[in-house]
Design a protein around this ligand. Structure first.
Ligand code: ADP
Length: 384
């Protein structure tokens, strides 16, 4: 199939920053794109060929959007799966395949998939409603503390809450959920695996994530992770196993915990480009977005090695600021060595909203980390 400068159409569900960065690659290769998104000012608007307004969870919106594209992919998992199944039946190539997406969309199903396939993960119980958890604690079936997770529609830590006492359950939505054992981890790691339609598969180096303690959002992504080789190898093998077992096509970001005794437990996966792979744009031979396009078009996959170590800092809206965005001290960070900012193009900021990221590359990872800290302390995402 000829994808380049041709009639081929790639559809993307979701118009956020992940889509926008994917579109840099389709522009590079002159692949025609169409984006479905519900917000008229979404980041993808400036980079796609066709922008369609519509609700990603609405059957008709997704079905009508997808029926005249050749390949359909996503940049967010919360999409109408029934419409995707219908499109797949009618011959549209849907990547990630709906079977994989179905498993991943629901955290309970995802966890069951790990246990069924002997993929190491934290112990958990599944509940149809949050209100059922109290009984289970009272009759001794479930022990405190645990991590409550909404089965569906959680994003960036919003559907996750540590429950230390029964009262912590009071303000949680009464939805399908899981109660997961608290993992005393020493590191959070991620491995991105790319798998093409014909089954060619490659893994990126392991990255280490440092989280904001309150917002539950990644603050720094460090590549390569500062862990020993055996642990890195184990993490990559597990990530590869998940991608193969789930029969993914496209990228799969596998988030993992490294426990005190160096066990690796899979936390969750995302079947698309991921925040833990943004540094690949500057640091890798093949960035994650180009790799995703290669994988879903069944093209040869690219080299995943680092050209240089890289660190990514998320630019999130400062607390106490809501409204038209201003990036304060941008000139100051641009003066620092090896710094590349990415601004997603969201006009409005609010506390902890992901507005952009900054990549820092340096031959010396320690230096990169010091510069990253400086970037974090200098740039502020505020309102006018
Ligand atoms: P989301 O889908 O919102 O990203 P995650 O399941 O990744 O939610 O959880 C967000 C964060 O919460 C994790 O990155 C980790 O820091 C913490 N967390 C999640 N599960 C556990 C657990 N079982 N034990 C300890 N911390 C956890």
């Amino acid at each position: 199939m000829n994808y380049f400068s041709s009639n081929f159409k790639l559809g993307i569900l979701g118009g956020g920053q992940l889509g926008k960065m994917m579109l840099y690659e389709t522009r590079k290769l002159d692949i025609y794109t169409k984006v479905l998104e519900s917000s008229k000012d979404a980041p993808c608007k400036i980079a796609c060929n066709e922008f369609v307004l519509g609700d990603l969870l609405d059957y008709d919106a997704v079905y009508n959007f997808g029926k005249n594209v050749d390949v359909l992919t996503i940049e967010i998992e919360n999409v109408n799966i029934k419409a995707l199944e219908k499109l797949e039946d009618e011959g549209v190539k849907v990547y990630p395949p709906t079977k994989a997406l179905k498993i991943i969309q629901n955290k309970a199903t995802q966890k069951l998939f790990y246990t069924d396939n002997t993929i190491p993960t934290a112990a958990f119980s599944r509940f149809a409603y949050t209100s059922e958890i109290k009984d289970s604690i009272e009759n001794g079936g479930l022990k405190l503390p645990f991590v409550w997770k909404a089965a569906q529609f959680g994003y960036d830590g919003q559907g996750v809450k540590v429950v230390r006492q029964i009262e912590d359950l009071n303000n949680l939505p009464n939805v399908e959920c899981i109660a997961e054992e608290m993992v005393p981890f020493k590191n959070e790691l991620s491995v991105i695996v790319a798998r093409s339609a014909s089954g060619e598969v490659v893994t990126y180096p392991v990255v280490e994530m440092e989280f904001h303690p309150e917002a539950n959002q990644v603050e720094y992504v460090i590549c390569p992770a500062r862990i020993n080789e055996d642990v890195a190898k184990k993490a990559q093998e597990i990530a590869l196993k998940v991608s193969n077992k789930i029969q993914q096509v496209g990228l799969l970001a596998v988030e993992m915990f490294q426990t005190e005794d160096d066990q690796i437990l899979v936390n969750e996966v995302a079947p698309r480009p991921h925040n833990s792979g943004h540094q690949t744009i500057e640091a890798s031979y093949t960035n994650q977005f180009e790799q995703h396009i290669r994988a879903i078009l069944n093209l040869p996959l690219g080299n995943t090695e680092n050209k240089v170590p890289g660190i990514m800092v998320n630019l999130v809206g400062a607390e106490g600021h809501t409204g038209d965005v201003v990036y304060k001290n941008m000139e100051n960070i641009l003066k620092l060595e090896g710094v590349t900012p990415h601004i997603y193009g969201k006009k409005q900021t609010r506390p902890f909203r992901k507005m952009g990221h900054v990549t820092i590359v340096n031959k010396d990872l320690k230096k990169a980390r010091a510069i990253a800290q400086k970037v974090k302390e200098t740039i502020k995402v505020i309102s006018k």
